[in-house]
Design a protein around this ligand. Sequence first.
Ligand code: ATP
Length: 255
Amino acid sequence: MVNDIICFEHVTKSFGKRTILQDLNFSVKQGEFITVLGTSGSGKTTTLKMINGLETADGGRISVEGNNLANCDLVKLRRHIGYVIQSIGLFPHMTIAQNISVTPKLLKWDQKRIDQTVNELLTEVGLDPAVYREQMPNQLSGGQQQRVGVARALATNPPILLLDEPFSALDAITRQSLQKDIKALHEKMPDKTFFFVTHDINEALYLGDRVMVVNHGQIEQFASPKQVVDHPASEFVSQLLATVRQNRALWEDLK
Ligand SMILES: Nc1ncnc2c1ncn2[C@@H]1O[C@H](COP(=O)(O)OP(=O)(O)OP(=O)(O)O)[C@@H](O)[C@H]1O
């Protein structure tokens, strides 16, 4: 078993003349739920996309499951990495079952195994297969579609799941329900590593075993939620936390 399932060493990344990430160093252990928190444009999505090779590093070394990505077959790598994004992009002309089956079909699984997996995954994400299997994406709410997105990302049982602001387009109540469910899902799958990008501080602190706070492509703090709250490592982290308290004060003092 590889202990550090994701490892970034001295990683740099620029777009044109703009340096986005400069000397980024961190590692993630198998089974951790990592949340990545930062302001808009701080490089969170770029970092996440470098894990599955959708973006490549200009310098430094990234390894996933012990393999240096510079020498990796990225198509094979992506089969080990589920990917959930904000606009899930379910195929509109396919049923829910067909949407979840896309990669298993590419891998030529037999239909019985595919059907069984679809039923298990729909159940795992809180959707009754008898009701939802044959529905079309436009018959589902945004929250339900996002649940299907998670099921699809888990279809080939990948050890790593990347989630890029998966709940940010949802209303507060649906969002909270999905947050609880994704936390419970991870608890049921303790060997899987979740890497979850968000700009919502409450979400990051609630979900993460460790929270990576980034600012301008630099890690300000990478620690447990309690450590971040009790001992903010920088002025930036303190300010982030202060915004939550200030927001709460906006309505707690209503007369
Ligand atoms: N393909 C690209 N070409 C040029 N610039 C890019 C590209 N992708 C990202 N950037 C720039 O890199 C910076 C970091 O982007 P990134 O999407 O990683 O930030 P982020 O922290 O995820 O932001 P947000 O919370 O708004 O999604 C931004 O300034 C963005 O405009």
